[in-house]
Unconditional design. Structure first.
Length: 368
């Protein structure tokens, strides 16, 4: 069967998807990651399981000790984002100047208004699992979800590179590129990899999160604000509430995180495709992807106290590193409402440009 003679691009995409779905490697890898995630969750919560069930029932029955609740909620009485900003500047020896300093000051002034909103609409007093005891936000997002992001990136990269390097590995490059579909087949392969990889990653995510929520009940808590004083956890050496840019319940934050993570993983697929079009070798491509991510992470270790810090934060590695801190006050220079959306938009533009340049080069290149 000659793929190009099937005519329809949809048929070609379905054909390529089947290649991945029939590949045992991606399924074995997915099951391996799922097993690791389940063991990780079990290890993290095993000693707290019974205690959390009892705490959950106390929350639903509104039996949380009032003295304890008042002491926790009192954090908001004198809470000031300017103090948070100044503490961070001293702690990280961050000394911006000029318009850049005014920009950061303005961001935290706007966050101050959000703090007042949290106090006035009752978000601060909502009951939930004590964050300083169980640290569930850190467990779910900084631990489980961050690992999940890496795993999904690996899965979709393998799916992408497997399809796009399939012809070279099977010595059919010349035959396929000479067909009517020609080199445009690589576009179909990328789309197929994104679809198939998303399905496999979806199963991995559902299995992982399903096990977590099966063991830690959020019944009656899904509408609880993430900015609740009780949800407060230590963040590095600082301990203060999660100040989200807008009212954000547990359910809404989880949904936003899943959507944001999905976009990041798809961008990883497009980036892998771009690199593959240049190298024409999946083994070299995966090495370049890894080196690129590690390089971007290392860049983040240095600060210039200028606008450059903000510009350099618009990258995939930075977004991965900040998982669990999306849509809320975080770094001094990223704590403004539109940051996460601007970041994903900039990354999409950059990756799209890289793919476009790589594809044009690929179409001009001679293959023997």
């Amino acid at each position: 069967m000659l793929i190009d003679e099937k005519g329809s691009g949809n048929l070609l995409i379905k054909y390529e998807i089947k290649k991945i779905m029939k590949n045992p490697v991606v399924w074995i890898l997915m099951l391996f990651f799922l097993t690791i995630n389940i063991l990780n969750i079990e290890t993290q919560i095993s000693e707290y399981k019974k205690d959390m069930k009892l705490t959950h029932q106390y929350i639903l029955d509104n039996k949380i000790d009032k003295e304890y609740l008042n002491s926790v909620v009192s954090i908001y009485d004198d809470f000031n984002m300017q103090i948070v900003k100044n503490t961070k500047m001293d702690l990280y020896d961050y000394n911006p100047s000029g318009k850049y300093k005014l920009f950061i000051d303005n961001c935290y002034k706007k966050l101050e208004k959000r703090v007042e909103e949290i106090k006035n609409d009752g978000e601060s007093t909502q009951l939930t699992y004590p964050g300083q005891v169980y640290r569930l936000h850190k467990l779910l997002y900084y631990n489980i979800f961050k690992k999940l992001l890496l795993e999904m990136a690996v899965v979709i990269s393998i799916c992408t590179l497997f399809l796009m390097d399939y012809e070279r590995i099977n010595n059919t490059t010349g035959i396929v590129y000479a067909t009517k579909k020609g080199r445009t087949i690589q576009n179909s392969k990328m789309i197929s990899a994104m679809i198939a990889g998303s399905v496999i990653n979806g199963i991995l995510m559902i299995g992982t999160l399903g096990y977590y929520f099966a063991n830690i009940s959020y019944k009656g808590l899904w509408n609880t604000s993430l900015s609740s004083a009780m949800a407060m956890e230590s963040r590095g050496i600082l301990t203060y509430p999660f100040i989200t840019y807008a009212k954000m319940s547990y359910a809404k934050y989880l949904l936003f995180t899943i959507c944001y993570a999905t976009v990041l993983i798809l961008l990883i697929s497009v980036l892998s495709s771009a690199i593959q079009l240049v190298t024409n070798n999946s083994y070299i491509s995966i090495i370049i992807v890894v080196i690129t991510m590690l390089g971007l992470l290392n860049i983040l270790q240095f600060s210039t106290n200028t606008w450059l810090d903000l510009l350099l934060s618009f990258n995939l590695a930075s977004s991965w590193k900040d998982c669990g801190s999306w849509f809320m006050e975080n770094h001094l220079f990223t704590s403004f409402k539109a940051y996460d959306w601007i970041s994903i938009l900039v990354q999409t533009c950059i990756v799209s440009i890289l793919f476009s340049v790589a594809y044009k080069r690929f179409c001009r290149k001679d293959y023997v």
